[in-house]
Design a protein around this ligand. Structure first.
Ligand code: ZN
Length: 336
């Protein structure tokens, strides 16, 4: 049997937030909103369990955005001082808040939602946090001066947060680092070190999710410039394989990343993305199984965790559910 999981996010129900949007505004407020988030999380956890997903998440129903959901709870950031910045090496421009002083958590960030989630599933629980490098690529700096210094400061507060969440019973903490395949030299120079600071002393398993981004227009255009074979990972996989991170999550379904590259992660558990989050057609269980079986040509079956390529937040809800079921069924099929 393969242990299955998902990258992290799932679509929000239309009664909670505007559907098929990455940064969808909430449709409820106050106590109704808080109750709505909990209901949506319960719905998705029970769908994951029914689909045969072994390591579940709360579908990230409690946050509006995967980076800013954390940053909103951090002191030292000026949200009135918005700076226009090229994100992911100028792939797109965004107005981002600015770091103007030492960063510090205002308090516990995700404890409450984790307590609720933990109490409502007996499955293994995974929780995602933004990685230090990706945070630094999503915020302007007017205080630290060097990106690696700022990354270490964020890594320190991520570690405080992760430690609390692990103590509440999270089994796997994953840091999302879509910036890792853009700043390849930085990954080797300080990206892995920042992750090590973020996972220091954690009593649970740890993972990093690297990816080529959601299927949004800017990402699709950028992917067209990368050529027919994406070999970026060849540079960073040896560093990840030598790291203290337990698991690596990456996209393998419909990906131009040659599957053979995962052979470079011989000492890691690999969350093999077998669900394409940029396609509007659900995979068949046979397609999922084929991706998993192909991965098994390069790493041992024990190392493989069938997973989604990336978060499913921007997909229509019904489609995400179909993909979830295909993932569970495909993993069973691959196990034979
Ligand atoms: Zn991703």
């Amino acid at each position: 049997m393969f242990e299955t999981t998902i990258a992290g996010s799932l679509p929000k129900p239309a009664w909670l937030a505007e559907p098929e949007k990455l940064w969808a505004p909430w449709r409820l407020e106050g106590e109704e909103l808080e109750q709505g988030k909990r209901d949506a999380a319960l719905m998705w956890m029970s769908e994951q369990e029914a689909a045969g997903i072994d390591v579940v998440t709360n579908g990230e129903q409690f946050r509006e955005h995967f980076v800013h959901g954390f940053l909103k709870h951090v002191d030292g950031i000026d949200w009135n001082k918005m700076t226009v910045m090229g994100i992911r090496d100028d792939r797109y421009d965004a107005e981002v808040p600015t770091v103007t002083g030492p960063v510090k958590r205002k308090g516990r960030v995700h404890s409450e939602e984790v307590e609720f989630t933990r109490a409502h599933t007996t499955r293994k629980l995974k929780f995602t946090l933004p990685g230090p490098m990706t945070i630094c690529d999503t915020i302007a700096d007017d205080h630290y001066g060097r990106r690696d210094d700022m990354a270490m400061a964020f890594a320190e507060i991520l570690n405080e947060e992760a430690t609390e969440l692990a103590e509440l019973g999270v089994d796997l903490i994953q840091f999302d680092e879509p910036a890792f395949n853009v700043f390849l030299d930085d990954v080797i120079e300080w990206g892995v070190e920042a992750l090590h600071r973020a996972i220091e002393g954690l009593p649970c398993d740890t993972a990093v999710h690297i990816c080529y981004g959601y299927g949004i227009e800017q990402n699709l255009r950028w992917k067209e410039t990368l050529g027919s074979e994406w070999r970026q990972y060849e540079q960073i996989f040896p560093a990840l394989n030598n790291s203290k991170i337990d698991q690596v999550s990456l996209e393998c379904a419909n990906s131009k990343v040659p599957m053979s590259l995962i052979g470079l992660l011989e000492d890691k558990v690999v969350m093999v993305g077998a669900i394409d989050v940029a396609s509007f057609e659900a995979e068949t269980p046979q397609q999922v199984a084929a991706t998993v079986v192909e991965a098994a040509n390069y790493i041992s079956r024990e190392q493989i965790r069938p997973c989604t390529n990336c978060g499913m937040a921007p997909l229509p809800r019904g489609l995400a559910l179909q993909k979830l079921k295909a993932l569970g069924a495909g993993a069973k099929l691959a196990a034979g």
